[in-house]
Design a protein around this ligand. Structure first.
Ligand code: TXA
Ligand code: MG
Length: 330
């Protein structure tokens, strides 16, 4: 069991003790507005190696480097005018920009997987205060074992990684609930959506006055190397666009309406009874974990609209449902 400190009740202790652990080269689980992150000093190779080890990541995927503010971001990355506009419009917030790494940046190659680009984001609230107190960028993937569902509460982190991390900062339920949107501005000025996420594409397109170029969905070869087809995998198999519940299934629905066979479901959860996509995003990973814990062979999930945050929700669900090496059913 890790030590837990609640950031609202013991903010100063949380900051001080987290800085202490980070300075010793060890990871700390921290709340961000999207999901919980497993954070470590982005300039310290031993600390970054401990992130990979803790998550059991099979290979070195590039990690997002979190900054306290734009000045810190500019110390490490080169901003083109469009990226700058995006940063000004949406930071702090659930947006990651892939930018050229400055040659004199102290971010270690283990965090960027040796690429000449770096994924950067300024998170909202406590996380950026912690980075400011620490004084250096924090590399932080989602705080979950590799391939498993991301954590949106300190309790999720404890269940998954509690025996591997010494300190978990508790900030309550992550308000956004899905990871940041990842964008890359190309040299021709087009803007590519590498991962749909907590910042909705329509809002980005409105600010930029252009349509985002989208990468192929759930492919094993898309640019963000961590974006493998099978990801976010619960133990049970996942069946999408369900219109009825089958034997030994748990049900996750959306919009409050009952579906056929629901009375037999091992558990019935609704992402948002009122059909609110922001609420659905907040509940997504928690409901997947709860449905999985019911011991169901399969989790049936009704269709979710593809608009707004629905794009990120459907992306995560497609990955949760993608074929994978081993499931409880096989
Ligand atoms: O909301 C979030 O983004 C959370 C919180 C903790 O900030 N973090 C997160 O990190 O989701 P992670 O490591 O689970 O996902 C990072 C993604 C991966 O798909 C990785 O391949 C991509 O970002 N990425 C990072 N740096 C990149 C780069 N230089 N080029 C392309 N993709 C990159
Ligand atoms: Mg992740």
């Amino acid at each position: 069991m890790a030590r837990h400190i609640h950031i609202d009740h013991n903010r100063e202790t949380a900051l001080r003790d987290a800085v202490h652990v980070l300075s010793s080269g060890h990871p700390v689980a921290i709340p961000t507005e999207t999901v919980y992150g497993l954070a470590a000093d982005a300039t310290n190779p031993a600390a970054i190696a401990r992130i990979y080890e803790t998550k059991g990541r099979p290979q070195f995927n590039p990690l997002i480097c979190h900054m306290a503010n734009i000045q810190m971001a500019e110390d490490h990355a080169v901003f083109d005018p469009i990226s700058r506009k995006l940063a000004n419009a949406f930071w702090p917030g659930p947006l990651t920009l892939i930018l050229p790494l400055k040659p004199d940046s102290q971010i270690h190659a283990l965090a960027t997987a040796g690429l000449d680009t770096v994924g950067i984001r300024i998170p909202q609230g406590f996380a950026s205060d912690l980075i400011a107190a620490f004084g250096k960028p924090l590399a932080a993937p989602s705080a979950n074992s590799s391939g498993k569902i991301s954590s949106t509460s300190a309790a999720h982190v404890e269940v998954d990684l509690g025996d591997k991390v010494s300190l978990i900062l508790d900030g309550g339920a992550a308000p956004v609930g899905v990871e940041s949107t990842i964008l890359k501005v190309e040299t021709d000025g087009s803007v590519r959506l590498l991962r749909p996420g907590g910042l909705v594409a329509e809002e980005i397109e409105r600010i930029l006055g252009l349509t985002l170029a989208r990468s192929e969905k759930a492919s094993a070869t898309i640019e963000a190397p961590g974006m493998l087809a099978s990801h976010y995998a619960p133990g049970a198999s996942v069946r999408l666009n369900a219109v009825s519940v089958e034997k030994d299934e748990a049900l996750i629905r959306f919009g409050g309406a009952a579906i056929a066979g629901e009375a037999h479901a091992l558990t019935v959860l609704d992402l948002s009874p009122t059909g609110n996509l922001a609420e659905a995003a907040t509940n997504l990973f928690d409901h997947l974990k709860t449905a999985d814990a019911s011991g169901a062979r399969s989790i049936a999930i009704t269709s979710i609209p593809e608009t707004g945050l629905g794009e990120a929700i459907n992306d995560r669900l497609a990955r949760a449902a993608a074929p994978r090496p081993s499931t409880r059913a096989s």
